[in-house]
Design a protein around this ligand. Structure first.
Ligand SMILES: *Cc1c(COP(=O)(O)O)cnc(C)c1O
Length: 237
């Protein structure tokens, strides 16, 4: 299948999952997880209708930006971001989905202040409590959200999670449901900018339909759009 055919097939599956859950398919954004892809593959996905690209690595993002590979789409950063690389991402990514510590939150606020901009962010939640993953523990999300909402150069847009890989998508249902509840909770608590808190980013190639059923407003899909990735050595994704 071509990338174009895969994009159409994934979009159709998102729409069907939304309708089955009694949701409007228009509420759900498809974000292409573009790690290791070429600029050409990214352009094909955008030409096929992908509205958002999500990048994991600063280096790849910088190279694709220089190539103008994201033209026609919005750009999200979805990987672990080291504070010493914040300068390369703030103001370049429309949304930083993967804010996984207060330290990083403050670094983003500082850089956005310097640039005189407001940076949209999501807080990443370690919803399954995995030792190998970053992100806020669920019980710290509300406090982090209140701190984010109090900053002048950061706009909190919602939450993101990467539950464990599963053989059966239903296994992640409790994690998706817990994310949905956290999302509802922060919207209720932070009522001064509730209209901004509109993004619940969860679901990947193996489980995005389940995530849509549980309330995702954005799914991040790589393999199902681009095919299997070659194994990569070095730093974890
Ligand atoms: C790679 C990646 C995805 C997509 O993974 P697939 O299983 O290939 O769909 C989604 N989110 C993040 C943060 C990723 O790194």
């Amino acid at each position: 299948m071509s990338i174009e055919e895969r994009v159409r097939a994934v979009r159709a599956r998102i729409d069907a999952a939304a309708r089955a859950a009694g949701r409007d398919p228009g509420e759900i954004t498809l974000c292409a997880a573009t790690k290791v892809q070429t600029s050409d593959a990214i352009r094909q996905a955008i030409a096929a209708g992908v509205p958002v690209c999500g990048e994991n690595r600063v280096q790849e993002m910088t190279a694709h930006l220089a190539d103008d590979a994201y033209a026609g789409a919005r750009l999200h950063f979805i990987g672990h971001l080291q504070t010493n690389k914040v300068r390369q991402v703030v103001g370049k990514a429309d949304l930083i989905q993967s804010v996984d510590s207060l330290h990083l939150l403050r670094a983003i606020e500082g850089q956005a202040d310097k640039l005189g901009i407001i940076q949209d962010i999501l807080l990443e939640v370690n919803i399954a409590g995995e030792a190998s993953k970053g992100g806020f523990p669920p019980e710290e999300v509300l406090s982090a959200a209140l701190q984010a909402a109090a900053l002048d150069h950061v706009r909190l847009r919602g939450l993101m999670a990467i539950p464990p890989p599963v053989d059966v998508p239903e296994k992640n249902r409790p994690f998706f449901a817990a994310m949905r509840q956290l999302f509802v909770d922060i919207r209720r608590e932070i009522d001064d900018n509730v209209s901004d808190i509109d993004c619940l980013s969860m679901g990947m190639s193996d489980d995005f339909e389940e995530a849509v059923a549980q309330g995702a407003t954005l799914v991040r899909v790589g393999t199902a759009l681009f095919g299997p990735r070659p194994p990569r050595t070095g730093t974890a994704e």
